[in-house]
Design a protein around this ligand. Structure first.
Ligand SMILES: *Cc1c(COP(=O)(O)O)cnc(C)c1O
Length: 346
């Protein structure tokens, strides 16, 4: 018998039900493919360089991101996906036993990261209009508050007034996860990361930027805040190849990203109209996906998988109930999903 850590006994591995499907709309990644600059980096990379460590703390990517935002490089952190930035931030600011508060429903990884870091959690239901309830979040007294806008899995954005209220009154750190910001027409919150001491805004190359497999995420905050996250992060979270690709895509492919974003948004609205004509009530979305409440979403998703289409099913979400989350991408994929959904609802 190996000595187990008591709080680890019931931690599940992250494993949404999935099998290889012809059409996979289950994870909100970029379904249009890989940015050309990333392919070029892969083609031109020299295998000899792989036997050495990358440079610590991904300085090239940090510098490029910082100069684009007009902040110092020390106000930017990077990680193995923004998952890693979020996880590092929890470790940086919370001792085991302390409380993480977050809006509910939200990103399923947050309760998991909390558990792995030995934290208590305080989920706070979103209001009926899917905005956060500032007073309820603040009443938890949590030293770290996590917000997500546009929110996964609902697709809904948070209001400026509510987020500012939380940031103003929070006793500690406020994390604002902007994994889907590129798809949103709602205002973003990056200015808060630049002007407030206690705000960390996180972003990712996994969604609009088409590099989910390379694992690159980043965050912006005050000097003092980022210094702590960097301590928790460790030096080598980005591989040499991942850093080179992210830098190349930022420099060479802004138009590629923009074109796919426009298309994903247009197709999302087209899909939404089709779903409404079927009598369903998809939530308004600012992400590259739609949340579609329906009874027995798990059963529907199972029947869709049998028709070679993978979507994500949620059960008993606070304020929503059962629902499917369907990613947006090239229209033929969404048409296939609509056909599979029609048959699966019968
Ligand atoms: C996809 C996603 C992320 C990021 O994932 P990484 O691939 O780790 O960068 C972060 N937050 C939310 C809400 C997401 O949906």
């Amino acid at each position: 018998m190996i000595p187990l850590r008591e709080s680890f006994r019931d931690i599940p591995l992250y494993s949404p039900p999935k099998r290889p499907c012809r059409v996979d709309l289950s994870d909100n990644t970029n379904l249009f493919g890989v940015p050309p600059a990333a392919e070029r980096v892969l083609r031109e990379s020299r295998p000899e360089s792989l036997s050495r460590y990358p440079r610590g703390y991904a300085p090239d990517l940090r510098n490029v991101l910082a100069s684009r935002l007009g902040v110092g490089a020390a106000c930017v952190t990077t990680g193995c996906g923004s998952d890693d930035v979020l996880d590092s931030a929890l470790r940086a600011f919370l001792e085991p036993g302390e409380v993480l508060a977050f809006q509910d429903p939200t990103f399923v990884m947050m309760p998991l990261f909390a558990k792995v870091n030995g934290l208590k959690t305080a989920p706070v239901p979103l209001r009926a209009d899917f905005d956060v309830d500032p007073e309820a979040l603040l009443a938890t007294g949590a030293k770290v508050i996590y917000l997500c806008s546009p929110n996964n899995p609902t697709g809904t954005p948070l209001s400026r007034a509510a987020v500012e209220h939380v940031v103003e009154k929070a006793p500690g750190i406020v994390i604002i996860d902007e994994a889907y910001v590129e798809f949103s027409s709602a205002p973003d919150f990056m200015d808060l990361a630049r002007t407030r001491q206690n705000v960390l805004v996180t972003r990712t190359f996994s969604k609009a930027y088409g590099l989910a497999g390379m694992r690159v995420g980043w965050g912006v905050g005050s000097l003092a805040l980022i210094a702590e996250v960097e301590k928790a992060r460790g030096p080598y979270k980005l591989t040499t190849l991942a850093e080179s690709m992210a830098v190349a895509v930022l420099r060479e492919d802004p138009m590629w990203v923009e074109v796919q974003v426009v298309e994903a948004r247009r197709n999302r609205e087209h899909l939404r109209a089709e779903l409404m004509s079927m009598g369903l009530s998809p939530l308004p979305s600012e992400g590259n996906f739609l949340m579609v409440p329906m009874p027995d979403a798990l059963g529907v998703a199972q029947r869709m998988r049998e028709r070679d289409v993978n979507v994500r099913a949620f059960q008993g979400l606070t304020g929503v109930g059962d629902a499917l989350r369907i990613g947006s991408g090239p229209w033929p994929m969404l048409e296939a999903a609509l056909a599979a959904l029609r048959e699966s609802l019968r």
